[in-house]
Design a protein around this ligand. Structure first.
Ligand SMILES: Cc1cc2nc3c(=O)[nH]c(=O)nc-3n(C[C@H](O)[C@H](O)[C@H](O)COP(=O)(O)OP(=O)(O)OC[C@H]3O[C@@H](n4cnc5c(N)ncnc54)[C@H](O)[C@@H]3O)c2cc1C
Length: 383
């Protein structure tokens, strides 16, 4: 005999985004059901992330989304009595000559939003993370940027949601979704669920989940690899440092150094096996900027891979589907979903609570940007 339940909102996915959505929805006194395919929270992209958070963006929306989220992570101990591992270890961006004017303009924008950010010359930057300075004009440093623990953050949101009455069901993969006159009928594991609203927080699987309902959400998995050195022999504890020219990023984790760089020809698709051939390229790109890396032995046991949840323009998809207003997308944040999860959840709940998102101008995140419409009818995706 199949089991059944109902709620005001079904949240698909118990990664950090779904967890934040669940928490913010319960704060609006809504009955929430979270359904998750894996056996526990944060087993998708969230648990495989690099855990870094920054408000150093070049556009107002990302600046706002990240900064509000950093403030939310920072306030967990005082606000909720919980530590989600927020540490302001800082973020150092090494900027090539050609990108320097644009970076200085971004700094002005960040400061206009009240964000602390310093402009450093090469010598000052090298005192934070030693690097080869050829072609680097200077650096910017975000002292409030840093890291957050993805597992702790996800669990904290879910536990607070559950304390407020949310149900969370693991090993309940959504396999069927039907629109009904008063919302959505969802089959997840052996459970038949009904709810007025559905939040699609399925990360890189968001397109597959939408397809179950006959909707189109352009999100794909794209593998990213994190490589690790053996413990010791590093020039100190290093904050997140990105060479904006080559795209290589490094940071300390305990006594190890972690580093990575995106593979440009990475095929789409879910793949969490470590790309060992790419490690040689990543190491070559890394040592070109951080020559001391050549002297540190690598440790394969500390390496891992996961997938970004990429949209066509590498920005998130947030808000209702134009063809199905009770279907709320909160997905596709393309490698910055962790650092913006608090704000994503707050805004998804605002949509359901008030019927719109007005506290932040999220036009650039709406699904409609990928569609052309005529007389309100969707005529096709343009990516
Ligand atoms: C190597 C790596 C480094 C990263 N570094 C950073 C970083 O430094 N900073 C940052 O902000 N972000 C980073 N990211 C990206 C970040 O991890 C993601 O943006 C974020 O975790 C997305 O969270 P999510 O909840 O949307 O997705 P997920 O964590 O993937 O959660 C989606 C959940 O939906 C579930 N689901 C899917 N389909 C179904 C279904 N049919 N039924 C039920 N459940 C389903 C999945 O099982 C999954 O648990 C990184 C990612 C990787 C892989």
């Amino acid at each position: 005999m199949s089991r059944s339940t109902s709620a005001d909102v079904i949240v698909v996915g118990a990664g950090v985004v779904g967890a934040s959505c669940a928490y913010h929805l319960t704060r609006a006194s809504l009955r929430v059901l979270v359904v998750e395919a894996f056996g526990g929270p944060a087993e998708g992209s969230t648990g495989r992330s690099f855990a870094s958070i920054r408000s150093q963006w070049a556009d107002p929306l990302n600046i706002e989304m990240s900064w509000r989220s950093i403030c939310a992570f920072r306030s967990f101990p005082a606000g909720h009595g919980l530590d989600v591992g927020y540490r302001p270890t800082g973020y150092l961006l090494l900027v090539p000559d050609a990108q320097w004017p644009a970076q200085l303009a971004a700094v002005e924008l960040q400061r206009a939003h009240g964000i602390p950010v310093d402009v450093l010359d090469v010598a000052a930057a090298a005192r934070i993370t030693p690097f080869a300075a050829d072609g680097i004009a200077g650096a910017t440093w975000g002292p409030a940027d840093g890291v957050v623990d993805p597992h702790l953050a996800t669990r904290a949101y879910l536990e607070m949601a559950q304390a407020a009455g949310a149900q969370v069901r693991y090993r309940h993969r959504v396999s069927a979704i039907e629109p009904s006159k008063d919302g959505w009928s969802v089959t997840a594991g052996g459970l038949a669920c009904r709810a007025r609203y559905l939040v699609n927080a399925a990360g890189g699987w968001a397109g597959e989940v939408a397809a179950l309902a006959g909707l189109t959400v352009p999100v794909v998995h794209s593998r990213r690899n994190i490589y690790a050195t053996a413990p010791g022999a590093l020039p100190g504890r290093l904050p997140m440092t990105i060479d904006l020219g080559r795209g290589v990023y490094v940071r300390s984790e305990g006594l190890r150094l972690l580093f990575g760089v995106a593979r440009p020809d990475q095929p789409d698709g879910y793949d969490v096996s470590v790309d060992w051939p790419w490690m040689e390229t990543a190491l070559a790109l890394g040592t070109a900027r951080f020559p001391w890396l050549a002297d540190v032995p690598l440790d394969r046991s500390g390496c891992w891979a996961g997938t970004y949840e990429n949209s066509p323009d590498l920005h998130g998809i947030l808000g209702p589907d134009p063809a199905a207003p009770t279907w709320i997308n909160a997905c596709g944040f393309s490698g910055h979903g962790l650092m913006q999860a608090p704000e994503i959840g707050r805004l998804a709940a605002e949509q359901i609570r008030t019927g719109d998102i007005t506290s932040v101008d999220i036009s650039a995140l709406r699904l409609e940007r990928f569609t052309a419409t005529a007389a309100g009818e969707r005529v096709g995706l343009v990516f």
